[in-house]
Write a protein that binds this ligand. Structure first.
Ligand code: BGC
Length: 735
């Protein structure tokens, strides 16, 4: 009896205690904005069920996908617990509605992460990435990315799948347009600039978004320039060519990375334990997450790496893919895989932690919703358009200027001819996010604004981008006859480059070349304006043109700066970050190749081995003269400090900007090295007649040293050269 009474008393006391506790209940730690992020992550993780964890690791699509390469079934009934969504809208309201469901209908109220391909702008579209690299102006690229981040965040996004930093040496591959060219260091510098621009100093300030380095790693080595295929990458090449940009981007704080569609020498990128778990998460201690590429987990089956989606999911998560973009494998099989002991719970927890961490860093728990502004308030702000114009200006490359044909004299009558003369849509480039052709100032539009007298401007289309229709040739020739100069606007349509847009030949379609030949017969000078997403084969066009300006796909604001360059208001300063082959048959051709055993032999019987335009090529309306290189020391020991300087004089009669590229050559090494490697660059404006000094602070291990097939940097005694153009200084590392 006594015992029973005691028990009853105990139960009463416990109930009372619990009720008191409940009344005083503190908010959960993960909801406490003041608690340290890691504590919040751990607290939340402890509360999550397996089902909730698995959904955090999944990314679905909100609404219908607009990427033509990834058309699939529309996802209906998105669960409130979903980790991330691909978001194709520009409306903060839609995002807020979806987010409301996550916050209010899911048990733990974990906000959704909204991601999209904001590659070169959101609504204000600036030049494609390969063009941006021509500016050699990372500070400007950073500004452009910051501007894109702001537009995107105000429209409802938290995350962009950019920058793409795949070193690319095959211009047949359509995605050369999305990266920064053939050089590892250049890709690295622009990776850092974009990450800084997108992410700012505080991801939670409502104006920045998380960046994503892609496609980790080596996607640019796609065989024969085709997309989604095998890549043959030795461990040595993986490290000396492909890793550097990623390492630089990770060090700059990139929040996420995307794996790839490709197979890296037998182990697909989305199942590659070495690159993701060992290098990225192990050695580099990256604490963000890796998202698969679209469906790249299920595609492990077509690649022959997994028999079914379950095995593919196991391989991907074990290798280090934390989030599954649209394979629908993690949500289907992870629970089962853990139950069967094939995937340890710690692996799942590690992935969830990484995703939650970013959500906390983005401030999504405190501010899950976006302020609902009008389109006018959030897009195409005058200061954004200025940045887009400036970046376009600096990305244009004057490839040829025979007998100073450009700039045009003030009263020149110009015949704008060609399929791109009045076309706006194609100037936007691939991945234009929410760009509209109505926002674009095209080539003709720009000249119309620039030229004082409208009668100076004539136009004829001449022909289309491709096909056989020559019926416009006669009008084009007649129009050219009335003008002083032909502005021939040729190039590619925007969907000829980008994803799944490989071309077996990088020449322009015959109809465009034929139009040029017809116009040449008029005897009028031809200024060729090229808009394209890859280096082109220009060996037939180049001889018939007096001047050539490469404008790439400049986005919305190319027309005005181009007109400024043509009239001489602007002095061009862009230089190529990728080689223009003489002809397609030379591919792959890039400046940092290794030495040949017989440099005097091994050439083509039917083609030159020289490119048409080499890496770094780009003309100005002024001339620059380089002095000799001066090194602070030429005999060095490990750990010494070294700086090398060069004086550059503007010897022409107008101000101009010059980019100095600093290369290192190591003629003999245990592991053979490229003939030269870019280690630093700097751009400065130099007034007419002025001399400016450019300085390269050399870090001996980083810049003279090399890397082996497992990422170990080494520095050997011996001779090195620092090189700028044809000037060299010899260094001896004696100890
Ligand atoms: C592309 C990625 C892109 C993703 C999402 C894929 O097809 O390869 O670069 O980020 O789609 O749109």
């Amino acid at each position: 009896m006594m015992k029973k009474r005691l028990i009853a008393c105990g139960v009463c006391l416990w109930t009372a205690f619990c009720m008191l506790e409940a009344r005083n209940e503190k908010p959960a730690v993960y909801k406490d904005a003041k608690a340290p992020t890691e504590k919040r992550v751990e607290d939340l993780l402890l509360r999550m069920t397996m089902e909730e964890k698995v959904l955090q690791l999944s990314q679905y699509v909100a609404g219908r996908n607009t990427n033509a390469n990834n058309i699939g079934e529309e996802v209906k009934n998105i669960p409130a617990e979903i980790g991330a969504l691909l978001y194709y809208s520009t409306s903060p309201r839609l995002r807020n509605n979806i987010q409301k469901k996550a916050m209010e209908e899911s048990r733990l109220g974990i906000p959704v992460l909204f991601g999209h391909d904001v590659i070169h702008g959101f609504r204000t579209v600036y030049p494609i990435s390969i063009a941006q690299a021509c500016s050699w102006n990372p500070a400007l690229v950073e500004k452009a990315c910051a501007m894109a981040a702001k537009e995107a965040r105000l429209a409802g996004l938290d995350w962009t799948f950019s920058p793409m930093i795949d070193v690319a040496r095959d211009p047949r591959w359509g995605r050369v347009s999305e990266g920064y060219g053939e050089d590892p260091y250049t890709n690295g510098v622009f990776a850092v600039a974009s990450v800084k621009g997108y992410q700012g100093n505080n991801l939670a300030d409502g104006e920045h978004i998380a960046a994503c380095l892609k496609h980790y790693i080596g996607y640019g080595a796609s065989e024969a320039g085709r997309d989604y295929v095998y890549t043959e990458i030795s461990p040595q090449t993986l490290w000396d060519t492909y890793m550097l940009p990623y390492e630089m981007g990770v060090k700059a704080g990139a929040a996420t990375l995307m794996s790839g569609f490709h197979d890296i020498s037998g182990v697909p990128a989305s199942a590659n334990h070495y690159t993701m778990r060992e290098v990225l998460k192990g050695r580099w201690r990256h604490d963000g997450f890796v998202v698969s590429d679209w469906g790249s987990i299920v595609q492990l089956i077509s690649q022959g790496a997994a028999e079914d989606l379950k095995e593919a999911s196991e391989k991907a998560i074990m290798a280090g893919v934390d989030m599954d973009m649209m394979s629908r494998g993690y949500d289907k099989y992870l629970k089962e895989l853990v139950g069967e002991g094939k995937v340890p719970m710690e692996i799942v927890d590690d992935a969830v932690r990484r995703i939650l961490r970013l959500k906390f860093r983005l401030g999504l728990f405190e501010n899950p919703y976006i302020r609902e502004t009008t389109e006018k308030e959030r897009f195409l702000q005058p200061e954004d358009i200025k940045i887009a114009e400036k970046l376009a200006e600096e990305s244009f490359v004057l490839l040829k200027n025979k007998e100073k044909r450009l700039p045009l004299a003030a009263d020149t009558k110009v015949a704008v001819i060609g399929p791109l003369g009045k076309n706006r849509w194609n100037l936007l480039g691939s991945w234009t996010a929410h760009g509209k052709d109505g926002d674009v100032v095209g080539i003709y539009d720009g000249l119309k604004l620039e030229l004082k007298d409208p009668s100076q401007l004539l136009y004829a289309k001449g022909c289309d981008f491709d096909g056989k229709d020559e019926s416009g040739f006669a009008e084009a020739v007649a129009t050219a006859g009335k003008a002083d100069v032909i502005l021939l606007c040729l190039g590619e349509k925007r969907n000829w480059s980008g994803e799944n847009a490989s071309r077996a030949s990088i020449a322009l379609p015959k109809i465009q070349e034929k139009l040029a030949m017809e116009l040449k017969k008029t005897g009028k000078p031809i200024v060729l304006i090229l808009s394209n997403g890859r280096p082109l084969e220009l060996c037939r066009l180049e001889p018939v043109c007096d001047a050539i300006v490469e404008i790439w796909q400049p986005g919305i604001a190319g027309g005005k700066p181009l007109a400024g360059i043509l009239t001489g208001r602007i002095n061009p300063s862009g230089k190529l970050p990728i080689t223009f082959p003489y002809a397609t048959g030379q591919i792959p051709i890039y400046y940092n190749r290794r030495q040949s055993a017989r440099p005097h032999q091994g050439k083509y019987q039917d083609l030159t081995i020289e490119p048409l335009y080499e890496f770094g090529h780009g003309l100005s309306y002024t001339t620059f003269e380089y002095g000799d290189l001066k090194a602070s020391a030429t005999q060095l020991k490990r750990g010494d400090k070294l700086s090398v300087e060069v004086a550059v004089t503007n010897t022409g009669d107008r101000d101009g900007a010059e980019t100095v590229h600093w290369f290192i050559t190591d003629p003999y090494s245990t592991i053979t090295r490229p003939v030269k490697e870019l280690k630093y660059f700097e751009k400065q404006t130099i007034r007419a007649g002025e001399t400016r000094t450019f300085r390269f602070e050399v870090d001996l291990l980083r810049d003279l040293g090399f890397i082996d097939g497992d990422g170990k940097r080494f520095l050997e005694k011996g001779t090195y050269y620092v090189q700028v153009k044809d000037k060299k200084v010899k260094l001896e590392l004696i100890d």
